[in-house]
Design a binder for this molecule. Structure first.
Ligand code: HEC
Ligand code: HEC
Ligand code: HEC
Ligand code: HEC
Ligand code: HEC
Length: 158
């Protein structure tokens, strides 16, 4: 009986972990964005490539090589570096493989605001556990109609 209880608790624990994302550091978007640090300081490919990119530890170390605050979360950056561990952020917004999407097109060329597709991530003091906005085909097409961009199936499904 005791063993049964232990196994059941492990199963509940493990399946519970699958549902919410925990990032390696409690990163504070609001604090960094309010200081005037541009989104592309950390999401370095957002204007030039299909993907935006999540920051490698070297980008954080550019400012956090030496302590700026007394935060234990900040100390973790240098601790990961010391142990040669890369920051493995989990990507939250995911389209299916059969959809083509490009940040370069929407940010670099069309100059659209991040907020329209990602919600108010700039106001988040801690990492969200799931994407603030889940873009469905209807959302893509609504905006394409409004902005007179292409709506033929082939542009998004190649
Ligand atoms: C037109 C909608 C749209 C706009 C505008 C947009 N994004 Fe995205 N973003 C997406 C979609 C869709 C994905 C998921 C792409 C995928 O899974 O293929 C994504 C993914 C991401 C990711 C996850 C990592 C990665 O490399 O893809 C980051 C970070 C990101 N966007 C940042 C930004 C930033 C910063 C801006 C503004 C400078 C921005 N996005 C503007 C739609 C948008
Ligand atoms: C352009 C400089 C710059 C970059 C790049 C940068 N930070 Fe910071 N960060 C700061 C400054 C300045 C502070 C101190 C803010 C304050 O006065 O509280 C800070 C504070 C912090 C703190 C402690 C305060 C808090 O509330 O969380 C953490 C943790 C942190 N940063 C993590 C990161 C991580 C992780 C990265 C890389 C993804 C990063 N930072 C990249 C400048 C930067
Ligand atoms: C100092 C570094 C830094 C800056 C500046 C920064 N971000 Fe981020 N961003 C991160 C990190 C680290 C993560 C992963 C952890 C998290 O979600 O907080 C992330 C995650 C994201 C995601 C979630 C990606 C996904 O998979 O859905 C979006 C969207 C995003 N950022 C948009 C922005 C926008 C928009 C700005 C500017 C207003 C911005 N970021 C500025 C470091 C940064
Ligand atoms: C907020 C408005 C908006 C949203 C939301 C949006 N788009 Fe777009 N998209 C545009 C605009 C504007 C263009 C035309 C950019 C240009 O000037 O080339 C475009 C262009 C494109 C193109 C290039 C078409 C071509 O001419 O080759 C593709 C592919 C695309 N979008 C896919 C998507 C997908 C997939 C989504 C949803 C996940 C999406 N878009 C969401 C505004 C949007
Ligand atoms: C502007 C981009 C865009 C255009 C144009 C577009 N789609 Fe999609 N489509 C998406 C995205 C993003 C998804 C995945 C998200 C979702 O399921 O809503 C998707 C998903 C789908 C799916 C899978 C839906 C499901 O429930 O599994 C089908 C089927 C589909 N599209 C067919 C089409 C057809 C047919 C056309 C042309 C009439 C078309 N799409 C035009 C972006 C687009």
């Amino acid at each position: 009986m005791k063993r049964f209880v232990v196994i059941v608790s492990i199963v509940i624990f493990v399946s519970g972990c699958g549902e919410t994302v925990r990032q390696p550091i409690k990163f504070n978007h609001k604090k960094h964005v309010d200081m005037g640090i541009g989104c592309d300081t950390c999401h370095i490919y957002v204007k030039e490539q299909p993907f935006a990119g999540l920051p490698k530890i070297e980008i954080c170390l550019g400012c956090h090589e030496a302590p700026i605050t007394k935060s234990a979360e900040e100390e973790k950056i240098r601790d990961f570096k010391k142990r040669d561990i890369e920051l493995r952020w989990t990507k939250l917004t995911n389209l299916p493989d059969y959809v083509y999407f490009s940040h370069r097109r929407h940010v670099g060329i069309a100059k659209l605001d991040c907020k329209g597709c990602h919600g108010d991530i700039a106001e988040m003091p801690v990492p969200p556990e799931r994407a603030l906005v889940s873009l469905k085909m209807g959302d893509c097409i609504d905006c394409h109609r409004k902005k007179k961009a292409k709506t033929d199936c082939i542009y998004c499904h190649r």
